[in-house]
Each structure stands twice: as C-alpha cells, then as structure tokens.
Design a protein around this ligand. Structure first.
Ligand SMILES: [Zn+2]
Length: 186
C-alpha cells in the first residue's frame, strides 16, 4: 500500500495488471487506521473529479477491498439518475435476490471513451463494512444494482468488458446515441 501517501492518484486503465488482481480484505482495525481513513476522502475526490458515480481502490492502484458509490442527478456521464446516499464499502459479500437480468450501457473510468451493454441480475443484497467498520446490509435494485456489481467486480479483478454478451455490444461513447434507442426496446 505504498501509494496511499501520495496526493495525486492516477486512474489505472484496462491492461494494468493491478486491475486484474483479487484485492485483499481489510481488518476492522485497518479500516479505522489513519491511513485508510485518510484514503476515503481521496477516493471521493478522484471519483468526483473524473465525473464518476463509483470508484474502486484498485482503480487507483491500491489492491484492497474498498469502493465508493454515489449516484448524482447532475452526472455528466449518465442521464436520468436520482441521487443516492454515499456508500463506502469494505469487504463486500454479494447475494443475488432476483436473477432476472437487466441491461444498461456501462462505462468505466478505467476504460475511457467506451460503453458496453451489460446484463446483470436486477436485485441484490450486499453485506459490507462501512467507513466506521460497522457491518451493514443493503438491498439494491435497478441501476444501483448494476453500479454495485460493476464496482465490486473491480475488487475481484473483473471489468465490465468481461461481462459483455458480445463484443458487438462495445461502442464508443459518441456512437451510443445512434444505437441506445434500439437496445432500450429489448
Ligand atoms: Zn469501473
């Protein structure tokens, strides 16, 4: 965890091996340490500066099971979002509640310029530790369920491109307006 003391974090991109590692869990003592408590606001800064709605620690080169998620109604990257609470998630455990798949055009700060249509289960329960190392449980559905699965995938070495049904579902952002309306009819 040598990078934690750096002020500026660079977002790693597809191809960097750190994005493919399984990140390690933290103990409650580690979560409460000054090092990790100082990292949390930096995660929010990096995420917001990049215009993201979620960020996982491996994306800034720190291979620990930490992700932050906050949906913003004024997001420049995603339309029609409702504000969510701020989630700080350590050591998540996912359980699918509703296997029925739903698809969204996902983007990723580690895969700049591209979007992919990914289908994932529509409802999940997630157990995790929050920023106070307190055990939490949340049920998420719809787009928030996709965001959780996308971000938590980062903690286990997966990117959304691994979840595509077809490489034909991978497009440049500027082409999305031409085909998004078709996909919504599915
Ligand atoms: Zn991502």
């Amino acid at each position: 965890m040598t990078k934690i003391t750096e002020n500026e974090f660079e977002i790693l991109k597809l191809g960097n091996p750190i994005l493919r590692q399984t990140a390690r869990e933290l103990t409650k003592e580690e979560i409460l340490s000054s090092e990790i408590q100082g990292l949390i606001p930096k995660m929010w800064d990096v995420m917001k500066n990049a215009g993201g709605i979620g960020l996982a620690a491996p994306q800034i080169g720190i291979s620990i099971q930490l992700a932050v998620i906050k949906l913003e109604s004024d997001s420049e990257r995603y339309d029609n979002l409702e504000n969510s609470e701020e989630f700080v998630i350590f050591n998540p455990k996912l359980e699918v509640i509703d296997e029925q798949k739903q698809g969204f055009w996902e983007g990723c700060l580690s895969v700049p310029g591209l979007r992919g249509y990914v289908e994932r289960p529509r409802k999940l329960k997630i157990k995790y530790l929050n920023e106070n190392a307190v055990e939490k449980e949340v049920v998420v559905e719809d787009f928030l369920a996709t965001v959780f699965q996308h971000e938590l995938d980062h903690l286990f070495g997966f990117l959304y491109v691994d979840r595509l049904n077809s490489t034909k579902d991978l497009v440049f952002e500027e082409e999305l307006t031409n085909i998004a309306s078709e996909k919504l009819l599915d």
